[in-house]
Design a binder for this molecule. Structure first.
Ligand code: FAD
Ligand code: N01
Length: 549
């Protein structure tokens, strides 16, 4: 049985929790981590669906804090598969001996701030209680999967699966009729592979996504060597990425198809624009969003890239009606998360794959034998795959009863949408920190890079507090209000504000429609965090427990 009091508690054992625990242990703090899963990995522990892989290049979708780790780990593919990323995180846990600091199979259900003791008390679902001065929520932005409330699911006689909680032993769809609901990144990765195995796949699509080819490939020694030659420059570029897809991490930056992000699409003749899009399409990965500086702020500019991808869909998909249904027409490319695929559109040329447009014919209910549409038609299925996404950014935090000063509940404080300063802390919750919390670049960036930035900044803060006898920190309400306004202003100046997306909480009935991540870019965000720290943590109140903030 572990102790009852620690210096710090960490919830989650994904990329964030592992690195947080590692850094806190380096400082000499006693630390206990909790993880609901049976092992480390987070996203890569839970999302075991066929085709799951990263869409940031493996060589930068990985930690940079240890040169030795980097040198001894060899990524096999440009975009690593889920099993490989999980193996990497397991290796990190072994190499730095981190598992001993975690309690697995343990979900935290409550976190309550004890004002008298100035410490956080966490309660697990098993009823254990542990306290600590610092509490770090490394609970993930995409860790609470969501199956929509479609009537009749309980009657379904086949198996159903959510991509974010996939059986560890895998699923054999051979000979089966599969109904796949959801065509975001997860569905787009899973559907081509399920279609190769199953007898019949019916894809039930509500909103078509924009998807670009990954052009995944094995990594050659030469590619890795060139990457390593330019390691610092590539990492620097990745750390200063504007938005998903805009960072360029080709192994030799000079080789890349990247045009200066300073150039506006509309300032160029059409032919030159098309060449630039074609180069990125052929290069593979999400970089197309970053081809020009104005793509995410100007609807006319965005239309040029959206039309380019629409043209590709109609070239790839043979049946014009299916191509039409697969083509997004009512939101800008990139404003919902762009998808990166391998053979997604071509999958619809297979004889065993059918597309149902739910906008024309919505799901009425699930029956014992399949999915019934409003037209009365029934899609007979042996299995249903829900690739229906997550209660993103706030879901994991609001699943925990977090109670701060004077009985203030985080859920109540955030009833109209999350309120944070820098995405790191919320006023009224001293010494409770979020890693990649709402209001930080998080899901609009290479998340591992944002995780390292948050953890490093927080560790510097803890060092500062210890060196100066400071026991508590929390933001002022004024600083938080100003930051929330800033996050909103930036989002409102972009095209992200337009579609119904999970960035806005639009996928969860009743969730306030607030743009949650910070869209100002990781470079400016990083600079802001550093400046605030240099100005003695401007906007935060630092104090002794006896002189609370
Ligand atoms: P997670 O990996 O989500 O880990 C959080 C952990 O906290 C989970 O294991 C969860 O079980 C645990 N937890 C949560 N609540 C509790 C609780 N109350 N008690 C105990 N434990 C709890 N990002 C990119 O930048 N590039 C990509 O290519 C990319 N690909 C992705 C692919 C998929 C399929 C998904 C779903 C996400 C992807 N992401 C990607 C985002 C990804 O979530 C992050 O990159 C990163 O893995 C997040 O790490 P994390 O540690 O912050 O959170
Ligand atoms: O989830 P999503 P996801 N009836 O929310 C549909 C990361 N990720 O798991 O758009 C019918 O994007 C919904 O339709 P609509 C990445 O950040 C990365 O795919 O709401 N359909 C949509 O099509 C990503 O953005 C990778 O109309 C319903 C789909 O389900 C994030 O995780 C891979 C429905 C959900 O798409 C989430 O991706 C995987 C209903 N009731 C994930 N409810 C990489 O490649 C929802 N849908 C790196």
């Amino acid at each position: 049985m572990q102790r009852e009091h620690y210096d710090a508690l960490v919830v989650g054992a994904g990329f964030s929790g592992l690195y947080m625990v590692y850094r806190l242990r380096q400082l000499g703090l006693s630390v206990l981590g909790f993880e609901a899963g049976a092992d480390v990995g987070g996203t890569w522990y839970w999302n075991r669906y066929p085709g799951a892989r990263c869409d940031a290049e493996s060589l930068v979708y990985s930690y940079s804090f240890s040169k030795e780790l980097r040198q001894e780990w060899r990524w096999s593919e440009r975009f690593a598969t889920q099993p490989e990323i999980l193996k990497y995180l397991q290796h990190v846990a072994d190499r730095f001996d981190l598992r001993q600091h975690f309690q697995f199979n343990t979900r935290v259900k409550a976190a309550v701030f004890d004002e008298a003791q100035s410490q956080w008390q966490l309660t697990t679902e098993q009823g254990a209680r542990v306290s600590a001065r610092f509490c770090f929520m490394a609970t993930g932005c995409l860790s609470i999967g969501r199956i929509p409330n479609i009537p009749g699911l309980e009657n379904f006689q086949g198996e159903h699966y959510h991509t974010g909680n996939w059986p560890h032993q895998g699923v054999d769809f051979t000979g089966q009729r599969v109904a796949a609901i959801g065509t975001g990144s997860s569905g787009i990765q899973a559907i081509p592979l399920i279609a190769q195995q199953a007898a019949q796949v019916t894809v039930l699509q509500r909103t078509p996504s924009f998807s670009v080819p990954a052009r995944n490939q094995p990594l050659s020694d030469d590619y890795i060597a060139r990457f390593n030659d330019n390691y610092d420059e590539i990492r620097h570029l990745a750390r200063r990425q504007e938005i998903i897809g805009s960072g360029d991490v080709a192994p030799d930056p000079a080789d890349s198809p990247r045009m200066s992000a300073q150039v506006a699409a509309l300032s160029l003749p059409d032919e030159q624009r098309q060449q630039a899009y074609e180069a990125r399409w052929n290069h593979g990965g999400a970089y197309i969003v970053g081809t020009f500086a104005d793509l995410m702020v100007d609807e006319n500019a965005n239309r040029t890239v959206a039309d380019f991808v629409r043209g590709k869909i109609s070239e790839i998909v043979k049946d014009p009606e299916t191509a039409r249904k697969l083509t997004p027409t009512d939101y800008p490319l990139g404003a919902k998360r762009i998808c990166v695929d391998t053979d997604y559109y071509a999958t619809f040329n297979r004889d065993n794959v059918t597309l149902v447009d739910l906008r024309a014919n919505a799901i009425e209910c699930i029956t014992s034998t399949g999915v019934k549409l409003q037209s009365g038609e029934e899609i007979h299925a042996d299995a249903i795959v829900f690739a229906t996404g997550f209660d993103a950014m706030t879901g994991a935090l609001s699943s925990i009863d977090i109670v701060g000063e004077q009985g203030l509940k985080l859920r109540d404080r955030w009833v109209a949408g999350p309120r944070t300063y820098l995405g790191l802390q919320s006023a009224g919750f001293p010494n409770l920190f979020m890693i990649t919390g709402p209001g930080s670049p998080s899901v609009l960036s290479n998340v591992v890079i944002s995780i390292e930035q948050h953890v490093d900044w927080l560790v510097d803060l803890v060092k500062h507090m210890r060196a100066n006898g400071i026991e508590q920190i929390q933001p002022t309400v004024a600083a938080e209000d100003e930051w929330v306004q800033h996050v909103n202003d930036i989002a409102n100046a972009t095209l992200f504000r337009l579609p119904n997306s999970w960035y806005l909480g639009a996928n969860i009935p009743g969730k306030p429609r607030v743009f949650m991540p910070y869209a100002g870019g990781t470079g400016p965000y990083r600079d802001t965090c550093d400046k605030i720290a240099a100005e003695n943590y401007r906007g935060f109140v630092l104090g002794r427990a006896s002189t609370p903030a």
